[in-house]
Design a binder for this molecule. Structure first.
Ligand code: PEP
Length: 251
């Protein structure tokens, strides 16, 4: 049985500590003690200690929006994975569409980051998803197949089961509407079938596949009703405690 999980990344939208404090306090007040749903918040790096303190009690976990590909060394501007672990991070977002498009992150980079997160006992939340162009050219499935294999390949089976795949069609991010529930269910089923074919039914049934891309309080229920949708990854609507708590509660 896969536990439903709802997470939110604040990206760089929250741009002061004060704003971050207010938001985390609001979220904590409304859903901090929900037990039925696993929850996480991903703030920017410097906010992590503050978030960790605010979420010390309750059921909301936290993590980072990225991880360095390397362990330590001469990598100016990067953050060592061990420090993220020491700050209590449980989840690491990897390969978001913005990182792939704006920062040139490749599938190979994603692969390295997945391995490193698991090495430090943090759960990778790996974003996968076809672009608008992939969809138009009917190569969305090829894109997903490649991304899934790069993310998981070579991991020990028990480690592989811990990975969360976040299906985020690039064409549905930051839009007025999410992808349709039926469309999402079909894709999640396809992703699970790739995993089953490559690594077996046991792994395919264990891995959680969540959906992200314009999730809001009105489309939550329809999405999470789908058999292969194991939770949600929330963007804009995670920046408002009322929206986020409604999403968690209607999941
Ligand atoms: C995202 O960028 O990953 C995302 C899901 O954003 P939004 O919910 O705002 O579309």
């Amino acid at each position: 049985m896969r536990k439903i999980i709802v997470g939110t990344s604040w990206k760089m939208h929250i741009h002061s500590m004060k704003e971050g404090e207010k938001l985390v306090e609001g979220i904590y007040r409304s859903v901090g003690y929900v037990k039925e749903v696993e929850m996480f918040i991903l703030p920017t790096y410097p906010m992590i200690p503050m978030i960790a303190k605010k979420l010390e009690t309750g059921n909301i976990k936290w993590g980072a929006q990225n991880i360095c590909m390397m362990d330590k060394g001469a990598y100016t501007g990067e953050v060592p994975p061990l420090i993220l672990k020491e700050l209590g991070c449980s989840y690491i977002e990897i390969g978001h569409a913005e990182r792939r498009a704006t920062f040139g992150e490749t599938d190979k980079d994603v692969h390295k980051k997945v391995r490193l997160s698991l090495e430090y006992d943090m759960i990778p939340v790996v974003c996968i998803g076809e672009t608008e162009e992939d969809k138009r050219e009917h190569v969305g499935n090829v894109r997903l197949h490649t991304q899934v294999l790069w993310a998981l390949n070579g991991l020990p089976i028990e480690e592989m089961k811990k990975v969360i795949l976040a299906y985020e069609p690039v064409w549905a991010i930051g839009k007025a509407e999410a992808a349709g529930a039926e469309y999402v269910e079909n894709i999640h089923g396809y992703v699970r079938s790739i995993i089953e074919k490559e690594y077996g039914r046991d792994v395919a049934q264990a891995i959680r596949i969540i959906y992200g891309g314009s999730v809001n309080r009105d489309n939550t229920n329809l999405l999470t009703k789908q058999e292969n949708v194991d939770g949600l990854f929330v963007g804009r609507f995670g920046l408002n405690p009322e929206d986020f708590s409604q999403i968690v509660k209607t999941t």
